[in-house]
Design a protein around this ligand. Structure first.
Ligand code: BT5
Length: 329
């Protein structure tokens, strides 16, 4: 944990001097460490995949950085006020949501982000698995909003809008499928898992987990999920810059969060509906109590799905899995 600020400073100084060389002395001064410590950090960074040239009498030059989501790579390009200013990065973890929740239990502050290069037990909803190979973005955010527990599901919609907006910047047009799927070309590219700890009238914390299939081959996820899944690199035909996407996502999430707590829920809902793949489609909703069929007519003020039943009545459901049947004319 303590290493983070120094490593951050070394990467920052190397990045700033990419066109030339930075001497060991200058690097030590820029990072507030000794010359010996510089050497240690350079070696650590090389182990992480940084290609750093060392030339005697000239110093160090950063030739290339690896595609990893460490704080030193993300924080310098973040445009947020506070979200993501503290990033906890792991090469591998069971689940970033599980780690974020345990940190939140210990009092971790709002805005902290947990990122892993891979998850060994990534979680979906209702105890399902989320495949999380290297190359994806597996990220969880801790928030402590001053809202009623009843309002928490708004954050799933807010998160879906934020990730959709960030993906749009890549030149891809994603669609949102209620409640937590982001689709590209009709296939799932991202899932969102909202978990919370609350008392009757107060939220202790929310953890919003994003699983974004960024740069990996679909062969890396199990066959059952593969047919209905895609990755951003597959949709675009090239690898994406994961660092940029993380920075954009955190920016969109923070803006949406501020807007929501400032009374902007209706705008978020509007943004959500604009991207919704299901409006006026015939769907079936599978709930814990059985299957319901009807027309998807929208979501209510708390993010619950509204379905027009065959008898013409409209019913709201807070949870379930949707299958789209066909477009109604
Ligand atoms: C979700 O669940 O879509 C929520 C996924 C959230 C994952 C993130 S990663 C960071 C954070 N830490 C965690 O531990 N979790 C969060 P659900 O709607 O229940 O979808 C799960 C289903 O999607 C599975 O049963 C599979 O069929 C399918 N699936 C599994 N891995 C997938 C993948 N990588 N891409 C697309 N579909 C997948």
């Amino acid at each position: 944990m303590k290493k983070q600020p120094t490593e951050f400073a070394v990467i920052k100084a190397l990045n700033k001097n990419r066109d030339g060389y930075i001497s060991g002395e200058e690097l030590a001064a820029a990072s507030s460490i000794s010359r010996a410590a510089v050497w240690k950090h350079i070696n650590n960074l090389r182990e992480k995949g940084y290609d750093i040239e060392a030339v005697s009498r000239l110093g160090y030059r950063l030739v290339s950085s690896p595609d990893i989501l460490i704080p030193g790579e993300i924080i310098p390009i973040l445009k947020t006020k506070s979200l993501g200013k503290r990033i906890i990065h792991r090469e591998s973890v069971d689940s970033t949501n599980a780690l974020a929740k345990s940190l939140a239990e210990e009092g971790e502050r709002e805005g902290t982000v947990v990122i892993a290069e891979e998850q060994s037990r990534g979680k979906g909803r209702l105890g399902r698995n989320w495949s999380s190979p290297v190359g994806g973005i597996w990220l969880s955010v801790i928030l402590r909003p001053k809202i009623l527990p009843l309002e928490a599901s708004r954050f799933t919609l807010l998160a879906a809008v934020a990730v959709a907006k960030a993906i749009e910047r890549l030149g891809v047009m994603p669609e949102i499928k209620w409640p937590n799927d982001i689709l590209v070309n009709g296939k799932k590219v991202c899932g969102i898992l909202l978990e919370l700890s609350a008392q009757a009238d107060k939220i202790d914390y929310l953890v919003i987990g994003f699983g974004i299939n960024a740069n990996f081959g679909l062969g890396r996820i199990p066959k059952e999920a593969r047919d209905r899944a895609t990755t951003l690199s597959e949709a675009l035909g090239e690898k994406i810059d994961r660092r940029r996407l993380v920075a954009d996502l955190l920016f969109e999430l923070e803006s949406g969060y501020r807007h929501l707590t400032g009374g902007g829920w209706k705008d978020i809902l509007k943004d959500w509906k604009k991207r919704c793949a299901m409006l006026h489609k015939s769907i079936s909703l599978s709930t814990l109590h059985g299957v319901v069929e009807g027309e998807f007519v929208g979501v209510d003020d708390f993010g619950a799905i509204r379905i027009k039943l065959p008898d013409g009545g409209i019913k709201n459901f807070a949870a379930g899995d949707v299958t789209v049947k066909k477009r109604l004319t």
